[in-house]
Design a protein around this ligand. Structure first.
Ligand code: HEC
Length: 150
């Protein structure tokens, strides 16, 4: 009888130990999944990218759709305006653009109206987002960079 209760105690102890081990393992797994490196090239945090995506949906997507070229729109995907310094895209958004963009060597002649009603932080976020989403990423754009060109 004494032996039996000792065995039960031992088994309980082992079970408790294995639960602790499982919980620890689960914790480590969650951490590993959480720390999975970003697949996009942008070192920008998820908050600025989420804000940028929202600004894009609300202010750009009605013309630029998903960033692909159409008969009247230049592609943002692989756009030379996004590959260069961030200032290029900031200027286009602040000042608008007309008759510059090309598709397959042809000037489109479309008009992009100025989007300067957007705040510095909204423009910083949307430029960070479109460079990450449609180009090679680059450093996150700061509000000061936008203010300097406004
Ligand atoms: C009313 C439609 C419209 C809206 C809204 C608009 N765009 Fe444009 N965008 C255009 C057109 C048209 C062009 C091409 C202008 C040209 O021919 O020079 C363009 C050009 C561009 C280019 C240059 C592409 C290249 O490679 O030449 C960028 C970058 C861009 N837009 C970003 C944006 C962003 C970001 C927003 C939102 C904040 C936005 N646009 C909102 C119509 C629009």
């Amino acid at each position: 009888m004494r032996n039996f209760s000792f065995e039960v105690r031992l088994r309980r102890k082992t079970r408790a130990k294995s639960i602790v081990q499982q919980v620890t393992l689960l914790g480590i797994l969650t951490l590993l999944i959480g720390c999975k490196p970003h697949t996009d090239a942008s070192p920008a945090g998820p908050e600025i990218l989420a804000l940028g995506a929202e600004v894009f949906e609300m202010n750009c997507a009605q013309c630029h759709y998903d960033g692909s070229a159409t008969e009247t729109m230049p592609a943002l995907k692989g756009s030379p305006a996004l590959a260069g310094p961030a200032g290029n895209a900031i200027r286009i958004i602040l000042n608008g653009q007309r008759g510059v963009s090309q598709v397959n060597g042809h000037t489109l002649g479309g008009i992009m109206p100025s989007q300067n009603y957007l705040s510095n932080s909204e423009i910083a976020a949307v430029v960070t987002y479109i460079r990450a989403e449609f180009s090679s990423g680059g450093a996150p754009v700061s509000e000061a960079e936008v203010e300097a060109l406004r």
